[in-house]
Write a protein that binds this ligand. Structure first.
Ligand SMILES: Cc1cc2nc3c(=O)[nH]c(=O)nc-3n(C[C@H](O)[C@H](O)[C@H](O)COP(=O)(O)OP(=O)(O)OC[C@H]3O[C@@H](n4cnc5c(N)ncnc54)[C@H](O)[C@@H]3O)c2cc1C
Length: 505
């Protein structure tokens, strides 16, 4: 393969995470000549680099809210034996309504092939070091590579770097974490263990319900590869065992419970279990320290699992994150800042370009405890309804030539706690790509684009910009039938009884 890069592009997307992938595909779909610049040698961002488990729901209840290119990506992953598609959680508390398990290696491959097929250029191993401006307008970027620096010009830059690197370099205003406390959600060093007797783990969860903060079976709602078929479940707890090990001085980590869920391949368990607290991940020195802290926690938790938890007797650590998973850093100030009230109350906006649906999930920035400790702990706040993400959250307040994407868009820490999971981020990515592509082709600034044109294009791409009541009713009926079928085949399931009851009324 012979990669040649141009000096000029219509759209340059900084960062090839879930947001950047979708932004690049959407920009290309509207006809923009597009380049992705990514500092790693693969796509996926935290989803691959930080060894994430599932893609959290595209759904609010049973209504699929995220559609269009993100769903095409899921379809392609399913086709390549790389995903289960969205599985329904019998109890959504703690994990969300649906989870899509995926193979991270397939994720990298599928994303890359989709971008190449769409005609997008991908510049790997390149770190943005400089942003070029004329007045307040961004005109290009310089990337540092092993062979020195390389300068590009772009009509529109999409900042999908997660931390909002390019916006900050260009002088955008931002807040770090929660603007009142100055604290951000903690990161986690993720890992997986293989050679686990997952049936034994499930039995322990099933027989010790009081030991878990939350837990759920996951129900298939569509066909997927036979290679990936197994019993999927998720749980947070092992509290008795954790307490015993901590008291014996045999466990040292940043939480008081362990979240486990299946890895996509049989016999593997995924851990969202460590908590690296108090580090600013946009600060290189603090980030270095967080990696060491995270790795020590992985060692401690994995040894605890082998020694204390039934099913892990012969297990071993099969993969660890390349980089601490960073939940939250900077929120760039845009033309509008999405708030907790907007998200919580399900607020709708005329200039909607994507929709949010996930509960506001804030991991405790201060310490070990989970959702149960009131104000001093983390929080999980269910939404009244889906809410709209207006185009204004994607446009930096004082900069032209730039569209924000992914986790750095303009929102408060609480609102970010909702839109930050992969489904929400992919929806935002798709919208940012359409805005950037249209602006580049028309030669206008994002703040001047007619949002109706953006919405029209998003609908053409298959996005669910507005609720479709008939579709929602079909999805609810289908999910109910799937749960019924599932329960008729299983003699035991870990979930709240009242949720199951509601399915059989
Ligand atoms: C610990 C943890 C657990 C999570 N669990 C889940 C989960 O279970 N389900 C779920 O759906 N979501 C989960 N998430 C959220 C999910 O990871 C994020 O929603 C998603 O990865 C954010 O996507 P993004 O593209 O905005 O940013 P990122 O994924 O951070 O991607 C940013 C990309 O930009 C690149 N980049 C950054 N700076 C530069 C630069 N200066 N130059 C060039 N490239 C750059 C990075 O290498 C990266 O590829 C979790 C996140 C964390 C941290």
């Amino acid at each position: 393969m012979n990669m040649k890069f141009k000096d000029k592009y219509d759209v340059i997307v900084v960062g090839g995470g879930p947001a950047g992938i979708m932004a690049a595909l959407a920009a290309a779909a509207v006809g923009a000549d597009t380049l992705v610049i990514e500092r790693n040698g693969f796509l996926g961002g935290a989803a691959t680099n930080s060894v994430l488990g599932p893609i959290s729901p595209f759904h609010f209840g049973d209504e699929q809210v995220i559609n269009g290119i993100p769903q095409e990506f899921m379809e392609q992953l399913i086709k390549e034996h790389g995903s289960t598609g969205h599985l329904k959680a019998l109890d959504p508390y703690g994990s969300g309504a649906y989870l899509g398990f995926y193979d991270r290696e397939k994720y990298k491959y599928v994303a890359e092939e989709m971008l190449l097929k769409a005609g997008v250029d991908i510049f790997f191993h390149a770190f943005i070091s400089e942003v070029h401006k004329t007045g307040n307008k961004i005109t290009g970027l310089t990337a540092i590579t092993k062979a020195g620096s390389r300068r590009f010009t772009a009509k529109i830059v999409v900042d999908a770097s997660g931390d909002g690197d390019t916006a900050v370099m260009a002088g955008a205003e931002y807040t770090y974490g929660n603007s009142e406390t100055g604290k951000a959600q903690p990161g986690s060093s993720m890992f997986e263990m293989a050679n686990v007797d997952t049936d034994k783990v499930y039995d322990y969860i099933y027989n010790n319900p009081e030991d878990f903060e939350w837990k759920s079976d996951l129900v298939p709602v569509r066909e997927y590869s036979d290679r990936l078929k197994q019993h999927y479940f998720v749980a947070q707890g092992f509290k008795k065992l954790v307490k015993k090990a901590v008291e014996a001085g045999e466990l040292c980590f940043g939480r008081d419970s362990v979240i486990v869920l299946n890895g996509i391949h049989p016999g593997s368990i995924h851990f969202n279990a460590t908590r690296v607290i108090g580090y600013n991940s946009a600060d290189p020195a603090e980030k270095s320290a967080s990696e060491i802290d995270g790795r020590r926690q992985i060692e401690s938790v994995s040894e605890f699992m082998v020694k204390y938890v039934p099913g892990f007797e012969n297990a071993y650590v099969s993969v660890t994150s390349n980089e601490v998973g960073v939940r939250e850093t900077r929120h760039i100030k845009g033309l509008y800042t999405l708030t907790a009230e907007d998200a919580g109350q399900g607020r709708k906006f005329e200039d909607v370009v994507s929709r949010g649906y996930f509960p506001m999930d804030i991991h405790n920035p201060d310490g070990a405890t989970g959702y149960t400790e009131g104000k001093s702990g983390g929080s999980w706040v269910d939404l009244k309804d889906t809410y709209d993400i207006p185009i204004r959250c994607l446009i930096p307040e004082k900069l032209d030539g730039m569209v924000l994407s992914g986790r750095c868009i303009s929102g408060t820490s609480e609102a970010h706690g909702s839109y930050r999971t992969q489904g929400g981020i992919m929806g935002i990515g798709q919208a940012s790509g359409v805005v950037a592509g249209l602006c580049a082709i028309k030669g206008i600034e994002p703040r001047n684009i007619n949002v109706k044109e953006v919405q029209k294009k998003l609908v053409e791409l298959g996005a669910s910009v507005w609720r479709d009541d008939a579709k929602k009713a079909r999805e609810e009926a289908h999910a109910k039938e799937c749960v019924k079928q599932y329960m008729s085949k299983r003699d035991k399931a870990i979930t709240k009884k009242d949720i199951l009851d509601s399915y059989f009324k």
